[in-house]
Design a binder for this molecule. Structure first.
Ligand code: PRT
Ligand code: MG
Length: 211
């Protein structure tokens, strides 16, 4: 038996078609069922539903053999113990710095300046501003980053942007791109060696489905 860790929402929704392309369907619907372990039509595969940011942890410790996680989540986690064979090219977005529409970011983020930045992505933000030579006071948040500059908590935020509608609705603008983000298939390194017979065909099917 192998275990695939997914998170509810866009990761789950966009991974389903890839599983279907591999000839695998789910026996339960996580949106209506309260089950956290879902059976599939493949006897050797089950799916577990965890928080998006917990997917790398489950795979790192081998509680799940495989998982699907955003590059944003993997960068924050660090990727220890994980083999990253595939960019699934799903759940795409961009990691951006954003600030109030009238904020002079160019001036505020010059070398040697000091900036207050609120974000869920502390590692990513720290590396980005260190590379620019900008000192940052990082304020860790767990959600609704957009509120931070509107309430005076921070000058700017680091967050994911897909359509840009959330920024626009809150009088914010993207001022800098940090990188492009998509979801990756991750595999526990030990599981890949011990269960290659079951895992490899699934990797091949995913690779064909994303090609
Ligand atoms: O929601 P929860 O706290 O449980 O976890 P999560 O937010 O990590 O999970 P989820 O399902 O929201 O996101 C899972 C993955 O989807 C992320 O790790 C990203 O890799 C990817 N992804 C792709 C996104 C987006 N697009 C996205 N737009 N994740 C979040 N957003 C948010 C963004 O943070 C912002 O609040 O959507 C808002 C902006 O969207 P637009 O369309 O208004 O620009
Ligand atoms: Mg979310």
């Amino acid at each position: 038996m192998i275990t695939l860790a997914l998170s509810k929402g866009r990761i789950f929704d966009e991974t389903l078609p890839l599983l279907e392309a591999a000839g695998i369907a789910l026996r339960d619907d996580p949106e209506t069922s309260r089950k956290l372990i879902l059976a599939t039509t493949c006897r050797d595969l089950r799916v577990i539903i965890v928080r998006a940011s917990d997917v790398p942890t489950y795979v790192q410790y081998g509680a799940a053999d495989l998982g699907v996680a955003g590059k944003d989540v993997l960068d924050e986690h660090g990727g220890q113990g994980l083999y990253q064979p595939l960019d699934l090219k799903i759940a795409r977005c961009r990691m951006m710095v954003a600030a109030p529409r009238d904020f002079d970011y160019e001036h505020a983020a010059r070398q040697g300046a000091r900036l207050r930045v609120a974000t869920k992505y502390v590692q990513t933000a720290r590396e980005h501003f260190a590379a620019k030579g900008v000192h940052v006071d990082l304020i860790k948040l767990y959600g609704s980053m957009e509120l931070a500059p509107l309430t005076g908590l921070a000058d700017a935020i680091v967050d994911l942007v897909s359509t840009g509608r959330t920024l626009r609705a809150n009088n914010l603008k993207a001022v800098e791109e940090i990188g492009v983000v998509s979801a990756r298939l991750i595999v526990n390194q030990a599981a890949l060696k011990l269960k290659r017979g079951v895992i490899q065909p699934l990797l091949d099917a995913f690779a064909r489905a994303t090609a």
